[in-house]
Structures are given as structure tokens and as C-alpha cells.
Write a protein that binds this ligand. Structure first.
Ligand SMILES: [Zn+2]
Length: 142
């Protein structure tokens, strides 16, 4: 089920060239802003805006999928901590932000949204290499 007015349902975000993996109920993407390296998005495939709109079995599976990505990026980036964020104020379609916070984090006590910065966009071989590295790590972890 998709919502014709929803940017996530219509393929407008996250970007397809940042696609990492189909996890089952959700898909993982590299976030377009890599100022925080390894920032990943896990987007629910069908349109839903709240966790309580999901069946209990879907909630459990979705958390397993979020957990898999968190574990993979934690290892790949040697994170000190993973941040999990499910907001949806700007885009009301269930998507988790999985954000590794590294040893050299510029503001380790702040949520990323409060850290002013220029977005660090990646493209070309740089983007493809990062996506491939995470794809291989997911295959090993599954
Ligand atoms: Zn949607």
C-alpha cells in the first residue's frame, strides 16, 4: 500500500542511487549527507506513519532489520555508539535513521540535528564503494 502524496512511497526519498539492501519489510539506504560517516536510513516499504499502525509481527521484524543495519554500521565504522532516530516530522512515513557516532565525533553529546554543518554529499566511485562495502558486510552478518 502506497500513499500518492508521500515522497517515500513515490520513490523521491531516500535516493535510489544510495540503495544498500532489501531487508524484507524495509530497505536500507546510505543517507545522502555523510558528514556523520555511515549514516544510514531504514525505510519501511509500505506506507505507515506510526509504529502502532503495524501488526505486532511487523514491528518485531522491523526492529530486527533496524538491528541488523545498526550492527553492520557499528562494526564497519567502529562506532562508539549508534543513534536510532524515528521522527517523521518532515516525512511522515516510517524510516529509521541509524547514525554511528565515532571517536572523532565533533559533538558527541548532541543529537546530529543540532550539529550545524554543510552536508557532505558523496557520488561516483566514492558512493558506490561505500554502498558495496555495506552490502558485503550485510551479507556476512545475515
Ligand atoms: Zn509513504
Amino acid at each position: 500500500m502506497t500513499d500518492p502524496t508521500c515522497k517515500a512511497c513515490q520513490g523521491g526519498w531516500p535516493r535510489e542511487d544510495h540503495f544498500i539492501a532489501d531487508l524484507g519489510l524495509s530497505k536500507a539506504y546510505l543517507h545522502e549527507d555523510q558528514f556523520f560517516p555511515g549514516w544510514t536510513v531504514v525505510a519501511f516499504k509500505r506506507h505507515a506513519t506510526e509504529l502502532f499502525h503495524l501488526a505486532p509481527t511487523e514491528r518485531i521484524q522491523l526492529m530486527e532489520e533496524v538491528n541488523l543495519i545498526a550492527q553492520v554500521v557499528a562494526q564497519a565504522y567502529e562506532a562508539r555508539k549508534i543513534n536510532y532516530e524515528l521522527l517523521g516530522n518532515q516525512l511522515p512515513h516510517i524510516h529509521w535513521h541509524i547514525i554511528p557516532r565515532l571517536a572523532n565525533d565533533p559533538a558527541p553529546l548532541e543529537p546530529v540535528w543540532r550539529v550545524q554543518h554543510e552536508p557532505l554529499l558523496r557520488s561516483g566511485p566514492d558512493l558506490r564503494n561505500t554502498v558495496q562495502r555495506l552490502q558485503q558486510a550485510i551479507q556476512k552478518a545475515r
